[in-house]
Design a protein around this ligand. Structure first.
Ligand code: SPV
Ligand code: MG
Length: 431
């Protein structure tokens, strides 16, 4: 009896999967691999049911002899363990980032005479309906809101990218890359005060009002499903912040980060070049406590951001604040620095973790950008935010185009660096 292996990462079984099982069953004993949660979120959409539920679902299918967990995107381990004669997959993996995985499977199988079977991908009205139902479970506020907490439990480090519009939201939502045979994507979006303000041509001084910031969130939410972390600046007055928290929760935002500054806030990356006032520990703790009391759901997170290193008040002050803000109810701590060297950030994380093993830690490596996600995770960081890189890459490109059109009195010279017209008019999918 031959052995046939197929890897599933779906939450719902439709005709396409049944067809794959049928094709597999014709050839021998069918083993289904259930892609583990931590691998699935790098590869596909966020799962709407748990890993254990997916395993039970696959086990219940006629024609499936056994279910195993596939924990790595690459098939090396499962192929070594099972030695399947065939690996069956929908033929959609012949194109795009997944094609590297297919090529690697083919190479592994050819070493002992195994074979890849590509089954034509099924797309019909039923499959389309199921896709829509899954999208509802991903996009609606009650599901989206809780997903950040789920991600913190699921993955060594949650990867967050800045978004400040529907379009940048779509980039964070849809960008998947293949690198050395593995696929990767961002987990969540950061609605940065710097980038949201900059996109409106305004300075980052809490000038863009909450109604406008909420409008940005709404634009992003309209076209995406990934969870959102909102940059709440100082949070304003505690009496106002409680209302902001309620609004964010209702919209389906997962977390707000507020920084321990008071008065006219300027962007932290100015450091001590501009005068900025740090809030006292009791004052900021009271703001956090008031917001935690106002919160309606258990899902939403209020994360306290500590500016002591930015303002050069020292490590001990930063650590004292972290303990106090956690005691006041903060669901996470963000520690910030504008040093190029990550040492002070890593020292803070190590020292914080000596006494607190669980409170999520957040960092924003804009200045200390040589540090890797793996290093951060090894020092106990749970969330890494790439806070402004989309804005900082788009602006120079747009400015250069504007300058060159002025320079040459026509657009021909810039054309080879533009997205083709055919692509821009079809960039956004219609429903
Ligand atoms: C932002 O993105 O607006 C931030 C992070 O607050 S930073 O600009 O690094 O202060
Ligand atoms: Mg900000």
């Amino acid at each position: 009896m031959k052995t046939v292996y197929t890897c599933f990462c779906t939450d719902v079984i439709h005709d396409g999967h049944l067809n794959i099982i049928e094709e597999a069953h014709k050839r021998g004993k069918v083993i289904v691999g259930a892609l583990s949660d931590r691998t699935l979120i790098r590869y596909n959409k966020f799962p709407t049911i748990s890993q254990a539920e997916r395993i039970r679902l696959y086990e219940s299918l006629d024609g499936v002899d056994k279910v195993v967990v596939q924990d790595d995107m690459m098939y090396d381990d499962v192929i070594e363990a099972l030695h399947p004669d065939y690996v069956v997959h929908g033929d959609n993996w012949k194109e795009g980032p997944e094609s590297a995985i297919r090529a690697h499977v083919e190479e592994l199988l050819s070493a002992y005479g195994g074979e890849v079977i590509d089954v034509p991908y099924t797309y019909n009205e039923k499959v389309r309906k199921i896709d829509l139902q899954l999208r509802e479970k991903l996009a609606m506020p009650e599901y989206r809101r809780r997903r950040l907490r789920q991600l913190i439990d699921m993955t060594p480090i949650v990867k967050v990218m800045e978004a400040h519009s529907g379009l940048t939201g779509l980039i964070v939502e849809k960008t998947v890359v293949e690198h050395e045979g593995r696929l990767d994507q961002f987990d969540a979006m950061w609605v940065s005060s710097l980038c949201d303000s900059t996109a409106k041509g305004k300075p980052d001084i809490e000038l863009v009002d909450m109604t406008s910031r909420f409008r940005t969130i709404d634009d992003i939410m309209e076209v995406t499903t990934k969870p959102i972390i909102f940059d709440g600046d100082t949070g304003g007055l505690a009496e106002h912040f409680v209302y902001t928290v309620r609004s964010l929760e209702r919209m389906g935002v997962s977390a707000v980060i507020i920084e321990d500054k008071t008065g006219l806030k300027k962007n932290s990356l100015f450091g001590t070049e501009v005068s900025q006032t740090q809030a006292s520990i009791p004052e900021f703790s009271a703001k956090i406590a008031a917001a935690k009391k106002a919160q309606l759901t258990d899902d939403f997170m209020i994360i306290a951001r500590i500016e002591s290193l930015i303002l050069e008040r020292g490590m001990e002050d930063a650590l004292e604040r972290a303990t106090a803000f956690t005691a006041a109810g903060a669901d996470g701590i963000m520690i910030h620095s504008r040093k190029k060297d990550p040492t002070e950030i890593l020292t803070f994380c190590d020292r914080f973790r000596e006494t607190d093993k669980t409170t999520p830690l957040v960092v924003v490596p804009s200045s200390f950008n040589s540090v890797t996600e793996e290093e951060l995770a090894a020092h106990g960081v749970n969330i890494v935010i790439y806070a402004n890189q989309l804005t900082r890459s788009a602006f120079p490109a747009m400015q250069k185009t504007a300058e060159d059109i002025l320079r040459y009195h026509r657009a021909k010279e810039v054309d080879d660096r533009l997205m083709p017209i055919k692509q821009i008019i079809t960039l956004i999918d219609e429903l």
